[in-house]
Design a binder for this molecule. Structure first.
Ligand SMILES: [Zn+2]
Length: 459
């Protein structure tokens, strides 16, 4: 196992992007640092200003809102802006999917790009983000990581990343990649085996302090293969998990084997909100990022302690402002105060982010395989990966109306999916049968929640 020896263009692009984002984000650093001291009145005043600026621009410049000014009326009483926000229509995923480009600023800033949301729960949605907006998100995250690692405000927090961003090239045996300028390591999540624990220990031991970043399942898997080998160095590390629920079992495994403390975060590909776990274990919503509302089936605000639908409103995303966008998650509302002292709003436990982990013949567990296999493919409304045996899978697919008659596209998609699964699992002897359905059944045990990956075999 060795580090990359050749020029790696993906890593080089990542380093350049990190530096550009850092430079573009310097103007935000002061207010982001100060956000930790804000009291409730400060938060309300800042959010009022951010919301009203975003809202009036959206009404004027964003085709979707501009065409519906009778619904999106002018806010004439700024002091009751929160009630006003609560009276606006809800934007569902279906609306955002069908009217995708109508939500985007027609005149985009130079360098504005898009990413797509997970294709596993429907046709991917394009999310457009300007370079300044990316820099803002990065500055907020880096500020938090710096606090968690206890690093100085003027350096990049050292990161050990398990996100799956670095897909190994075909036949690669690399275990990790280093982005020196960004002070970051990428661990190959498709190569997490016990045999590699010693090499990984040597990599981790180079750091005086660092933060592990990635899906709860990937960091949990790393903790499992490291076993008790890190006991002498684990207190140098913390971890922040994303995208999936940090279950108590993962939390215990990660904090026993890998680091002193693991913190959950709750965001989304749409980038309208960010909640971060504090030292007391509560989730705080970052007040400069966005607003979360939790409403019942009729769209009315939930009472304290109730579970409801999560609506998000971004406060800085002028390229693609989403107002009361329904994420498809459910969460418990929490109006309480936190003993950690931070005055930011709280959110209770969140449901709707889980999937099973695919298990390989050599015992590795792989997350997000459906998402990575179907990302950027056309014609797929919904898909679900079912593992029936270590090397046997069923891929359930719901096709769009147009794709049903496009045999060429269907074959192309099947080949791409098969290649992705083989590449990501690292072996060719894999059988995938494709099952085309009109809809994908919901799991009753999961309260009707959609599961992108199901492992249906003895483990
Ligand atoms: Zn707290």
């Amino acid at each position: 196992m060795k580090q990359h020896q050749f020029f790696n263009p993906k890593l080089a692009r990542h380093e350049i992007a990190t530096i550009v984002k850092y430079l573009l984000g310097t103007g935000f650093h002061k207010s982001i640092k100060q956000a930790w001291q804000l009291n409730l009145t400060d938060i309300s005043n800042i959010q009022k200003e951010l919301f009203l600026a975003m809202y009036s621009k959206a009404r004027k410049n964003i085709p979707y809102y501009a065409a519906r000014t009778s619904l999106y009326t002018e806010c004439t009483a700024p002091d009751t802006w929160q009630e006003f926000l609560g009276s606006l229509p809800i934007v569902t995923k279906k609306i955002l999917r069908t009217e995708n480009e109508q939500f985007v600023l027609p005149k985009k800033a130079w360098g504005t790009t898009y990413h797509t949301t997970s294709g596993s729960s429907g046709t991917p949605i394009r999310v457009w983000v300007s370079p300044t907006e990316r820099a803002y998100i990065d500055a907020i995250l880096n500020d938090w990581y710096q606090r968690l690692t206890g690093m100085s405000a003027h350096s990049y927090p050292p990161k050990i990343n398990l996100s799956g961003f670095m897909t190994p090239p075909k036949g690669s045996v690399e275990l990790y990649w280093s982005a020196f300028l960004a002070n970051e390591h990428f661990i190959n999540i498709y190569n997490l085996k016990q045999d590699n624990a010693q090499t990984l220990y040597a990599v981790f031991n180079q750091y005086p302090k660092a933060i592990f970043l990635g899906y709860a399942s990937a960091i949990g898997e790393l903790a499992r293969i490291m076993g008790d080998s890190m006991q002498d160095i684990k207190n140098k590390f913390v971890a922040a998990t994303t995208s999936e629920i940090l279950t108590p079992a993962y939390k215990e495994l990660i904090e026993t084997n890998l680091c002193s403390k693991v913190y959950d975060q709750y965001g989304s590909q749409e980038g309208c909100h960010l909640a971060m776990q504090c030292s007391m274990g509560n989730m705080h919503v970052h007040p400069l990022f966005g607003i979360i509302e939790i409403v019942d089936a009729d769209g009315q605000p939930c009472k304290d302690g109730e579970t409801g639908r999560v609506l998000v409103t971004s406060l800085f995303r002028h390229t693609m402002p989403l107002i009361r966008y329904e994420l498809g998650d459910e969460a418990v509302i929490n109006h309480g105060n936190c003993q950690c002292g931070l005055q930011w709003p709280l959110i209770g436990s969140i449901a709707g982010r889980s999937e099973d982990l695919v298990i390989t013949p050599d015992g590795r567990r792989i997350g997000y395989l459906n998402f990575h296999s179907t990302k950027d493919l056309l014609g797929i409304v919904e898909s679900q990966l079912v593992q029936k045996a270590p090397n046997r899978f069923i891929f359930r697919i719901v096709l769009s109306q147009q794709a049903k008659h496009n045999a060429e596209l269907i074959i192309q998609n099947e080949q791409r999916i098969l290649a992705q699964i083989r590449n990501r699992l690292g072996y060719d002897a894999i059988e995938v049968s494709f099952d085309y359905l009109s809809s994908i059944p919901r799991d009753d045990r999961g309260r009707g929640k959609f599961k992108a990956v199901i492992v249906d075999m003895e483990v």
